[in-house]
Design a protein around this ligand. Structure first.
Ligand code: GDP
Ligand code: MG
Length: 163
């Protein structure tokens, strides 16, 4: 069985862009607006000769009717439980949000190994941008640019170390 790696994070952080890069396909929909990729989406990925299955998740139900309680989509929770490792993607340009903390809390509860990545950091002063993400309590934040490819290797090395 190939290992399964799920990419999770709030809408628009670049999950589908990373999925496309890892699977080198256009199967995952990349959109400028939040919430378009609704379903779990599987793809075959290969890096340094190692094969794995990648899941692009549609993110999280944006806001429950009450407006305060945010809930992960059931499918995203299933993807997390299915995964051997989760890549938790955050956005170095928008910074840390409440939603990131909620996701971090859920990931801690589910108990899967998590690799924390800070996306969209191309051209930015890396240590300054990523250090605040230590606050999520999920270990070292890895700078990444899904769009340009910077940092993909170190994120995947971290993933493989957890397999
Ligand atoms: P998702 O909702 O998490 O799946 O996010 P998408 O992959 O659809 O990307 C959301 C937006 O962020 C799109 O406009 C992407 O082009 C942009 N984006 C994704 N990765 C990067 C990146 O590494 N750097 C920058 N600057 N933009 C990115
Ligand atoms: Mg998407």
């Amino acid at each position: 069985m190939k290992p399964i790696v799920a990419i999770v994070g709030r809408p628009n952080v670049g999950k589908s862009t990373l999925f496309n890069r890892l699977t080198r396909s256009r199967d995952a929909i990349v959109a400028d607006y939040a919430g378009l990729t609704r379903d779990r989406h599987y793809g075959n990925a290969k890096f340094d000769g190692r094969e794995f299955i990648c899941i692009d998740t549609g993110g999280f139900e944006p806001i429950v009717k009450e407006g305060i309680l945010r809930e992960m989509a059931k499918q995203t929770l299933q993807a997390i439980d299915e995964a051997d490792v989760v890549i938790f993607l955050t956005d170095g340009r928008s910074g840390l949000t409440r939603h990131d903390f909620d996701i971090a809390e859920t990931l801690r509860k589910r108990g899967r190994p998590v690799v924390l990545a800070v996306n969209k950091t191309e051209g930015m002063a890396l240590t300054g941008v990523t250090s605040v993400f230590y606050e999520l309590g999920l270990g070292e934040p890895h700078p990444l640019s899904s769009a340009h490819g910077d940092g993909v290797r170190s994120v995947l090395e971290q993933v493989f170390q957890n397999l």
